[in-house]
Design a protein around this ligand. Structure first.
Ligand code: G
Ligand code: G
Ligand code: MN
Ligand code: NA
Length: 250
């Protein structure tokens, strides 16, 4: 079967699931949130990366349905956990630009008895100017409900300073490509330091993702970074993996 047909079936038959990766306070190790990451294990192809099937879902007109499933499942899990920190969900810009997006998010929060503040949306991607304006309007409504808004992959071509100027935001999420050599590279250290200052001066919290080594973590601590996410502090895993660790440092 065609990959698109397989994805369609997976959506209909419960073949998708979510993994969760912690976001952690650099100083205390305290859990500050989870990012939900969609996973698809096909019976024949095995694990298919979202980097492959999300763009496919967008092209095939399936992203609305897929995004709605992810949002609902992440909110269901947050409610089941009684999570007191936000659950972060990645949203495709195409989804956000849809007219009924705000309505859909609001309905999902209500369905699970969550407050807006218990949800964070991570936005990326280049958008056309019109889409960006439409997305900005939807996001402003969501922000008014208390939903946290994060600009994901910041510092890559997908997510630029120009996007930062056009969207309402609460958080900048620095792309992991900016910190690969952080422990050894003075230039990376200066760039990351400047981006942390940029975030601070705009009243945005800054999350650094892709932290894999104690060396990177030490530099980030020295630079005054508040929140990290990466393999070092926790790999993405199923909800059952995190349930025993929800209170206190990870
Ligand atoms: O988890 P992983 O590194 O494999 O994710 C690859 C890419 O897929 C990342 O860019 C991530 O943001 C994206 N992604 C993961 N889960 C979702 C999701 O539920 N919705 C959308 N739109 N993108 C997702
Ligand atoms: O684009 P987005 O930031 O949503 O993508 C997150 C992706 O990064 C997920 O697919 C997740 O599996 C991956 N990821 C999370 N932590 C690390 C890390 O420490 N190193 C690397 N290489 N990838 C990571
Ligand atoms: Mn993300
Ligand atoms: Na990212």
């Amino acid at each position: 079967l065609h990959l698109e047909t397989r994805l369609r079936l997976a959506l209909q038959q419960g073949g998708l699931h979510l993994h969760y990766q912690p976001q952690v306070d650099v100083r205390t190790g305290q859990l500050l949130g989870f990012e939900a990451l969609v996973r698809w294990t096909d019976t024949q192809l095995g694990l298919v990366s979202p980097a492959r099937f999300i763009p496919l879902a967008e092209e095939a007109g399936l992203i609305g349905e897929l995004g709605a499933w992810v949002l609902n499942e992440a909110c269901r899990q947050a409610a089941a956990w009684g999570l007191r920190v936000p659950i972060a969900v990645n949203v495709s810009a195409l989804e956000v630009a849809q007219e009924d997006f705000t309505q859909q998010v609001h309905a999902t929060l209500r369905r699970h008895g969550l407050d807006g503040g218990q949800l964070k949306l991570e936005v990326t991607e280049r958008l056309t100017v019109q889409d960006l304006q439409r997305a900005a309007r939807q996001l402003a409504q969501l922000q008014a409900l208390g939903v946290q808004l994060s600009l994901d992959d910041f510092g890559t071509g997908q997510s630029s300073v120009s996007t930062l100027l056009q969207l309402p935001l609460n958080e900048l999420k620095l792309d992991r490509s900016l910190i690969t050599g952080l422990a050894e590279s003075p230039i990376e250290q200066r760039v990351v330091s400047a981006l942390i200052s940029l975030g601070r001066s705009l009243n945005l919290s800054v999350v650094v993702e892709g932290v894999e080594t104690p060396g990177q973590l030490q530099v980030l601590r020295d630079l005054g970074c508040g929140v990290v996410q990466g393999y070092l502090t926790g790999r993405p895993g199923p909800a059952s993996m995190w349930t025993p660790h929800l209170n206190g440092p990870l």
